[in-house]
Design a protein around this ligand. Structure first.
Ligand code: FNR
Length: 376
């Protein structure tokens, strides 16, 4: 904020919008239409994506006064990872459709601020490349059919210093996404987002060695056949628990019974999420499930949240409803598309600045002081 107003003294204006709720519209004007469509798109009619937003609009903050917020501190520690604020970058795959530097630019921007990045299995850069420039890092697993491949992903992630494993459960198949169907566009089939597979020794062995022009199509078809495993059940989590020493977080939990099961299965955390409305059209707004799930398992595990966070004020509402931290997805992807590393940094700085101001102006000096009593 200070930096922006001081810039104004020299007639320097911010390069990107500071009202993050307008970011999508700005991105739509400036980005390649297919890439924008892939990011903005949702499942089916978009009802759940809209419900995610509507749920935020139904809550209002109720600021408190005279609470000495001079020493405001947003820092938290989630599952052993210290963070400057209760915000992480959600795993978003195929980022090089938005900018040639893709996940590497995102990792640099996040590292500069100390914000943890959750790297997607479907990243367009390898986890090793990203690790070299990243700050705090978690690894998101799309659990493939081939168990040896799954294990290889875990070993690689561990070897490159990823601390926490985030297992995404809601996307063992891609949903019906009309925006991409109408343009017949799936980045993976264009060889984007398969980099962690193509660089993997187990995957390569299955397609006869290094990926070349000759076996590329075969490799992509092998990817299609292996991407997700619809046979998985809660019993399979024991396999995972035995192969990952750090914390494990299940992403995509919406049902109270699933939250209970995650706790029972000895998981360390969950992300209450509907994948930003990209999987089940007609699914409940993620924010509406959050307080119920927090009440059910919040004392036993870390409950994180995503799906619909656009601004610092949105983040504050999810935190007040009991999330230990929030993940942002589309917003930083738009930042990347608009301005590469600088665009991501801009989005994150605006989000964190607005979150800090919101806390202070609501009379909460610490994240822990942000509770349901500050919501109407
Ligand atoms: C995603 N998301 C996602 N999740 C995941 O676990 N692995 C992935 O590879 C991806 N890829 C991905 C691509 C794109 C373009 C989007 C928009 C989203 C889901 C993501 O982690 C998160 O759940 C949502 O983005 C949260 O909703 P918002 O913040 O976009 O509203």
């Amino acid at each position: 904020q200070h930096e922006i107003y001081l810039g104004g003294l020299g007639d320097v204006l911010p390069e990107f919008p500071t009202d993050l709720s307008t970011l999508e519209a700005v991105a739509e004007e400036r980005l390649d239409p297919r890439a924008f469509g892939y990011v903005a798109g949702a499942a089916g009619s978009g009802a759940t994506a809209r419900a995610n937003r509507a749920a935020f609009d139904r809550w209002r903050l109720v600021p408190r006064m005279l609470r000495d917020v001079s020493g405001i501190d947003l820092s938290v520690n989630v599952l052993g990872t210290p963070m400057p604020a209760p915000v992480l970058l959600a795993p978003v795959g195929v980022l090089s459709i938005l900018h040639p530097e893709g996940e590497v630019a995102v990792a640099r921007a996040a590292a500069a601020l100390g914000v943890p990045m959750i790297l997607s299995t479907a990243a367009s850069r390898t986890m090793e490349e990203v690790a070299e420039v990243a700050g705090p890092r978690w690894y998101q697993l799309y659990w493939p059919k081939d168990r040896d491949l799954a294990e290889s992903f875990l070993r690689r992630a561990e070897a490159s210093g990823y601390e926490t494993l985030v297992v995404t459960l809601d996307t063992f198949k891609l949903a019906w996404r009309p925006r991409d169907l109408d343009t017949a566009y799936l980045p993976f089939l264009h060889g984007i987002g398969v980099q962690n597979y193509f660089s993997d020794p187990v995957f390569r062995a299955a397609v006869g060695g290094e990926i070349t022009e000759e076996n590329r199509l075969q490799a992509i078809l092998h990817w299609v056949a292996n991407f997700g495993d619809p046979t998985l059940t809660w019993d399979d989590l024991a396999w995972l628990r035995g192969r990952w020493d750090g914390p494990i977080v299940l992403k995509g939990i919406q049902h109270l019974d699933d939250a209970r099961r995650a706790a029972y299965a000895g998981m360390d955390g969950i992300v209450v999420s509907n994948h930003g409305g990209r999987q089940v059209d007609g699914a409940v707004a993620a924010l509406d499930q959050l307080p119920k799930i927090v009440d059910t398992v919040g004392d036993r595990m870390s409950v994180l949240f995503d799906s619909g966070v656009r601004t610092g004020a949105d983040a504050a509402k999810a935190l007040a409803l009991g999330a230990e931290a929030v993940l942002v997805g589309r917003q930083y992807a738009y930042g990347l598309g608009l301005g590469g590393e600088a665009g991501v940094r801009h989005v994150l700085r605006c989000l964190l600045a607005e979150l800090e101001l919101t806390l202070a102006l609501c009379g909460a000096g610490r994240v822990g002081e942000l509770g349901r009593d500050l919501l109407a």
